[in-house]
Design a protein around this ligand. Sequence first.
Ligand code: FAD
Length: 640
Amino acid sequence: MGNRVRLRVQVPGEAYYKDLVSCQVACPVHTDARGYIRAVAAGRFEEAYLIARGPNPLASICGRVCGAPCEAACRRGRVPRVDDDGRFVASDRPIAIRAIKRFACEGFGPEARDPGEVLRALRDHVPPVLGEAEEMAALVRSSAARMFRPADGEPVAIIGAGPAGLAAAHDLALLGLRPIVFEAEPLPAGMLVLGVPSYRLPRDLVAREIDVIGALGAEIRCGIAVGRDISLADLRRSHRAVIVAAGAKASRSLGLPGERGPRVYGGVDLLRAVALGSPIDIGQEVVVIGGGNVAYDVARTVLRQIAYDTARTAARLPGIGRVHLVSLETLEEMPADTEEIIEGDAEGIRRRNGWGPVEIRRGGDGSVRGVLLRRCLRVYDEKRRFSPIFDDAAVEEIPCDTVLLAVGQATDLGFLRDGGGDVELVRPGWPKVDTETLATTAPGVFVAGDLAHGTRLLIDAVASGKAAARSVYRHVTGRAIERDAVTVHIPLERYRRERGYEAIRRVPIPATEPEERLRDPAALVEIGYDGEEARREASRCLDCGVTPVFDGTRCVLCGGCVDVCPTQCLKLAGLDEIEPDADFERAVEGVLGRDADPEASTVILKDEDRCIRCALCAMRCPVDAIAMERVTVSTCWRHP
Ligand SMILES: Cc1cc2nc3c(=O)[nH]c(=O)nc-3n(C[C@H](O)[C@H](O)[C@H](O)COP(=O)(O)OP(=O)(O)OC[C@H]3O[C@@H](n4cnc5c(N)ncnc54)[C@H](O)[C@@H]3O)c2cc1C
């Protein structure tokens, strides 16, 4: 063997099958994205909605604005595209999972049906694959049946009606407790309505989705700020438990000279003012500091405000304003989504990459005159830690009259003063949290969402709200809800894919033209797929739950499967080429016995990222040693 580098492999076992469907694994609530995408491809649109909605009470909202970790994990995005000579051209693009979800929700979610109908459909739905696992199906049915019982059990207070608070309220109501949500703002949904602009997320859709949660028996009291209108001490006295889901609503500041004073705002403060229709004084030459998605929401919202105001008062205003976006990062490093950058560029945002602010210049009358910038030579160190280095000699000034800071958010835990003295903090503004149970150090007080894990995605907040609800249930009733996972293997006879599915390019998501968008601040940018587009895009899904299974006892080592594989994902290798680990040795011993001769034995290897589940290997095998199998991992919460 000498010093030959051996191949590292994973033997298919429990862990391998659990991770097979990477979109489902990546989703914090483990939505079976593969399941609903294949349902859309087959034209079973209602089933698609029900699969998407099952674990996620905010499925319709997610269909519009979820950060979609599932898409980042989608295997189709890793399949290499090759030219006619087999040379690598580029990786393929992931399935547009979010846009497909939107399509399914628009047809069968609260967008199209009243809350009662949505709940009835959910109650009656048992995922088809669970038909194979009777016990599981019974569990699903019994938890769904709770949907029509009144949520009249022990009262649980939730502070904040953002996605975390709403998800907690939804699950607590299903569990038969009585969730009461206290929300400081005049309307529920937290950052989904205070931060996410309406050109991305229509407000009536948000209201409809929340109506379904209300129909389960969750009570949402808006305009009540804990700490101002009611104390945490009162809530703890009158409720069996409290979930604090207060988010991170405050804008972080940079402490620059000139930062305090008129016409310098926090980005989320600006978004909140626009969302609630509060007057805010913005000029015509605006600089937004920040390079993430929030900075884009801020910049694009201001652009729309200026365009709208200008259109209404054109006779009085001197000219259309300009919005500059200043980011420390280079274009390639910017944390904002590529779509945001492209759409922002198309709408006229003046992007300045590789610059950082030094000072906000003000005139003698105190008004903003400009932002002084210095060149940023590097943002991250070798370990990818934020550690910017600047060139102090390279400075520039952007003349402007308004500055908006979109450089992160902070929490406001002022309400802990009365009744939260026993909530320990890990650092100012952030409670100490048990990451498993989401309990704080104060008995009966739990946290969820951004406040529990720092600012992340909406779907992380939903997952965390659901986890907090389970912990509260245990706290109140003394009974734990166990997670059950059932892995079902279903042999697929004569499995075939749609013709040409491997060559279909990602279907672009239709969007309005940039000029149209700026005419009305609420004009939606993404229009979404119609049925034909959704089915075509869905048909690109590789259906990763389907996998070839190799029977070593039948294989005659003809190599036909390797030859026929269009992506060269299969390889025959000698046993002695493999880096052995305990799993591998156990597997070899199981098949060949203890005395297998590494020189004389052969294994078949599959590169998971290249396999497109086309089944050609199974069709080609002359001795039926390869079978296509569907593997489904379904999780369910077992109520005691
Ligand atoms: C501008 C912006 C855009 C975003 N866009 C996206 C996106 O496109 N996709 C995505 O996946 N994620 C996005 N996010 C992230 C996502 O919105 C958040 O992670 C999520 O909203 C956090 O949920 P939460 O429930 O923890 O907190 P929040 O949504 O912040 O909700 C907290 C709620 O608690 C209330 N509250 C606070 N204090 C009190 C009190 N004392 N009494 C009563 N109520 C109180 C607040 O008013 C608020 O309604 C965005 C965030 C921002 C800021």
